[in-house]
Write a protein that binds this ligand. Structure first.
Ligand code: 8X3
Length: 253
């Protein structure tokens, strides 16, 4: 692989961490971004590749801009951006949700992802080398009850990815949306249910979800394609999940 420096957001756990671990084996220098410094340093100590930690809330535009504009020289020429930081909050019907939850999802999943992309794109275009992988979700394509704004943010990720591809036509840059369904072994459901372990556990009860490593394997495959090949999107889900959620309500006639 030709890439030399990758930024991974959401690198402290789950899919982001698995992608960082997998890229470290490819000899790529890594910039690890997430809020929890201790987790990032723990990860850093285990990686076999040089890495740089940015412990920062990615919705803090000033901090993220300052951190990415003042990188040590060996990390400055970023050519891979893995936009993995994202979250779902709540599974209530729209009319019962907290506005704050919606705002947080929009801020992290849409605005922060766009902002970091906007910061890094000019350098990638100037060097004519780069690959942006956005981690979307099947929730961006298939609606489900309680998915409301979370699913909408992931639909944004899908369309943003395709629109970036349109703008980057004529450059060597590549853009991909990886949209996984249910992923276990991560903090996704604990975060969604705000620490309610019982609710989080029930999501994966009796089935075998994808793992963060499954998604990382797809990200690696995407990056390793020949230079003329762009994978626009990958949609993946566990064998025990299916997109068949059309709802009916009887007894109303
Ligand atoms: C995660 C997929 O189905 O839990 O983005 O919303 S789902």
């Amino acid at each position: 692989m030709n890439y030399k420096v990758a930024v991974v957001t959401g690198a402290s756990s789950g899919i982001g961490k698995a992608i960082a671990e997998s890229l470290a084996k490819q000899n790529i220098r890594l910039i690890l971004v997430a809020r929890r410094q201790d987790k990032l340093e723990q990860l850093q100590s285990k990686l076999q590749t040089p890495s740089h930690v940015i412990a920062c809330d990615i919705t803090d535009k000033n901090k993220i801009k300052a951190a990415l504009n003042n990188l040590p020289a060996e990390f400055a020429n970023i050519d891979v951006l893995i936009n993995c930081a994202g979250l779902a909050l709540g599974l209530e019907d729209a009319q019962e949700t907290d506005w704050q939850d919606w705002e947080t999802m929009l801020n992290v999943n849409c605005l922060a992802l766009s902002y970091i992309t906007h910061l890094l794109l000019p350098g990638m275009v100037e060097r004519n080398q780069g690959h942006i992988i956005n981690i979307g979700s099947t929730a961006g394509t298939y609606p489900y009850k309680g998915g409301n704004v979370y699913g909408a943010t992931k639909a944004f990720v899908e369309q943003f990815t395709l629109n970036l591809k349109a703008d980057l036509l004529g450059t060597a840059l590549r853009v991909t949306n990886i949209a996984p369904g249910m992923v276990g072994e991560s903090e996704f459901s604990q975060v969604r249910f705000k620490g309610d372990e019982e609710k989080a556990r029930k999501v994966y009860e009796g089935l075998k979800p994808l793992t963060p490593s499954d998604v990382a394997a797809s990200a690696l495959w995407v990056l390793m394609q020949p230079e003329h090949v762009n994978i626009n999107r990958i949609e993946m889900m566990p064998v025990s999940q299916a997109p068949s959620n059309l709802a009916t309500r009887r007894g109303t006639d």
